[in-house]
Design a protein around this ligand. Structure first.
Ligand SMILES: [Zn+2]
Length: 59
């Protein structure tokens, strides 16, 4: 197994990790009920996707 010969400097470590930050999740509003939802997901409050009821969950 390869073993690193030299310890990587703080600058080198932080430069490598500059691309690792998580992006903020984008939020859209549901066109049917107006609740904030995640894009390309079924609306959790009205169980609709693109105007169609896709989940049959009884309230
Ligand atoms: Zn909705």
């Amino acid at each position: 197994m390869g073993v690193p010969k030299k310890r990587k400097s703080h600058t080198r470590k932080t430069k490598r990790r500059s691309h690792l930050a998580l992006k903020k999740t984008s939020v859209t509003t549901c066109p049917d009920c107006g609740e904030p939802t995640l894009p390309h997901r079924v609306c959790p409050s009205c169980n609709r996707y693109k105007g169609k009821r896709v989940l049959n969950i009884e309230d």
